[in-house]
Structure formats: structure tokens, C-alpha cells
Write a protein that binds this ligand. Structure first.
Ligand code: ZN
Length: 61
């Protein structure tokens, strides 16, 4: 479990990470991709989605 932003509920909720993450490229940037579910048994909406984690250094801010 962890706090994640659910794109359906449009708020930060307790959501579960499913399985392992994969290291992929997203828009040419190396990112960590995870599948997330907002479990209905935890009062969530049941939606599944993916998140990507990006090192700040690769973003030219
Ligand atoms: Zn939700």
C-alpha cells in the first residue's frame, strides 16, 4: 500500500502496487513504470493505472 494520486477519484488515496515495476523509456526518458490499483475492498473505485517515476536530474527544468 502507499499513497498515490488516483486519476478517477482525482485525489490522493491509499492504493496498492501490483507486481514488479519495469524500467522503460517514456518520451525518451528512462523511467520506472508501475501498475497501481485503487482497491474496492479498501473503499476505492477499483481503477487500475500506471505510474512512472522519473529522476529529477533527467528533467531539464
Ligand atoms: Zn480511485
Amino acid at each position: 500500500m502507499g499513497t498515490k494520486y488516483c486519476p478517477v477519484c482525482k485525489e490522493v488515496v491509499d492504493a496498492k502496487v501490483l507486481g514488479r515495476y519495469s524500467q522503460v523509456e517514456f518520451m525518451g526518458i528512462p523511467v520506472k513504470r508501475r501498475k497501481i490499483i485503487h482497491l474496492e475492498e479498501d473503499g476505492g473505485c477499483g481503477h487500475e493505472w500506471y505510474t512512472v517515476e522519473i529522476a529529477e536530474e533527467v528533467l531539464e527544468l
